[in-house]
Design a protein around this ligand. Structure first.
Ligand code: DC
Length: 231
């Protein structure tokens, strides 16, 4: 556990994990319970990717991406929804085009650093009590001085089954083996990002999110948060 942020900085709690581990659901709820701001770092990567595609820039070209980033403002509401130049674009962030391009955008280390700097500014907002951030490297890289760092663990087959059920509900034509294979590919890509890869670091609290309900998981998170002096 770190010695905490400088006095001017609001406290942060981070939840990291692989795709489909349920960390966003938990982070959003935890932020709501604590009345802190919620930062969905994956949504920031998606929003930048949306702007890159809108500008017909190449997601494989980091200079082109940085140029797009320098021309837009990115912000978010306390519910995590991201705004590009003040416009809410959350409905456009989960398309197959963005799904495909966002991994490429997230592969560039210089783009990651530039985006991290933008996300870190959120803690300077005068009207927030703290930030709950989720992602892959929220605890290790975005907010290394977070007061509480949680790693959310769920086996890949359980994550694939959950995603498959969501896709069936959304009436998408899918099958379990392809959902599992796609998730394994995403995991591999995420794990190839060196220091930014989702992994358990010393001092992390590990939440196994396989056979607990959201309510049980939230109770556990709130009990960890209650140990912090800032909460
Ligand atoms: O969690 P998500 O599926 O919305 O994330 C979108 C993409 O952004 C995914 O390719 C992983 C990447 N990402 C990242 O590299 N680092 C983060 N802190 C958050 C997301």
């Amino acid at each position: 556990m770190s010695s905490g942020p400088p006095a001017s900085k609001k406290p942060a709690i981070t939840l990291d994990g692989l795709s489909g581990s349920g960390k966003s659901t938990l982070a959003r709820r935890l932020a709501l319970e604590l009345q802190w701001a919620y930062l969905d770092s994956g949504a920031w990567y998606r929003a930048l990717t949306w702007a890159v595609l809108q500008n017909q820039a190449d997601p494989a070209d980091s200079e082109a991406i940085l140029s797009v980033l320098s021309q837009i403002t990115l912000s978010c509401r306390s519910d995590g929804n991201v705004l590009v130049d003040g416009a809410l674009i959350d409905q456009q962030l989960r398309t197959p085009e963005i799904d495909q391009a966002v991994s490429m955008v997230a592969d560039h280390s210089d783009v990651r650093e530039a985006l991290n700097q933008r996300m870190r500014l959120l803690r300077d907002a005068p009207d927030i009590l703290g930030v709950v951030a989720d992602g892959r490297d929220a605890g290790a890289i975005i907010f290394p001085d977070a007061a509480l760092k949680i790693f959310v663990e769920v086996d890949v087959e359980v994550r694939a089954e959950r995603r498959y059920q969501q896709q069936l509900k959304a009436k998408l034509s899918v099958d379990y083996p392809s959902t599992l294979a796609a998730l394994r590919v995403r995991d591999q890509r995420d794990r190839a990002r060196g220091a930014a890869a989702p992994q358990i670091h010393p001092g992390d609290r590990v939440l196994n999110n396989e056979s607990v309900t959201v309510e049980e998981a939230i109770r556990r998170l709130l009990s960890w948060a209650s140990e912090l002096s800032a909460v």
